[in-house]
Ligand binder design. Structure first.
Ligand SMILES: Cc1cc2nc3c(=O)[nH]c(=O)nc-3n(C[C@H](O)[C@H](O)[C@H](O)COP(=O)(O)O)c2cc1C
Length: 180
């Protein structure tokens, strides 16, 4: 084992203090729980709670991941944006499916979202780029707003005593099923 590996293994992980979580009082849909959690962590001082990891795969199935900003959430899905001529743009054109990850410290809360991805209407993409600091550049290159339409969402809350909590919602055609 090298020095870096030894040092890494000595670093603390899963430190923080999770907020109270009432498992008997969870909403039936995950959008509501996501809204509660992201507003809560923002109020608690988490810097940039909209930052998330987006994972995609290329045509050969090789995975890729990068950090993006969450642009919106509603019953249509989790929105994000970027240039069409980017790796994620090419990968989503070939394989329109993705996963998103959030990790909010020191509240020890994480969210995973997974499902197919749809491109928003051109008007919505144009409205998104209009707010961007490099609007002219992006308009020329083609800016796209995408939505991940989840079929599975996991809410995970760590605990210093390792009694972690996992709440999973799956979509089965006409509604959400919750598993705790
Ligand atoms: C905090 C943060 C937020 C970012 N937000 C975006 C974003 O909303 N859209 C985007 O295209 N790139 C964003 N980036 C840059 C991407 O992480 C990435 O470098 C870039 O999109 C290229 O990814 P790709 O080549 O896989 O498409 C962000 C980076 C960071 C660190």
């Amino acid at each position: 084992m090298n020095e870096l590996t030894r040092w890494l293994r000595a670093q603390p992980s899963l430190i923080g203090s999770p907020p109270p979580l009432e498992l008997s009082d969870l909403p039936s849909d995950p959008v509501t729980l996501f809204e509660t959690w992201i507003r809560h962590v923002a109020r608690a001082g988490v810097a940039e709670p909209r930052a998330m990891t987006l994972a995609t795969a290329d045509a050969a199935g090789l995975p890729d991941a990068r950090t993006l900003i969450l642009k919106g959430v509603d019953t249509e899905g989790w929105a994000f944006a970027g240039p069409r001529r980017s790796e994620k743009g090419r990968q989503l054109a070939n394989n329109p499916a993705a996963a998103l990850n959030f990790w909010w410290q020191p509240l020890m809360r994480a969210v995973r979202v997974r499902g197919p991805v749809r491109e928003a209407d051109p008007e919505e993409s144009a409205a998104d780029v209009a707010g961007s600091p490099a609007a002219a550049l992006h308009q020329a290159g083609g800016w796209v707003l995408w939505r991940l339409v989840p079929d599975r969402i996991e809410f995970w809350q760590g605990s210093p005593d390792r009694r972690h909590v996992r709440i999973v919602y799956t979509h089965d055609g006409d509604g959400w099923t919750r598993h705790t």
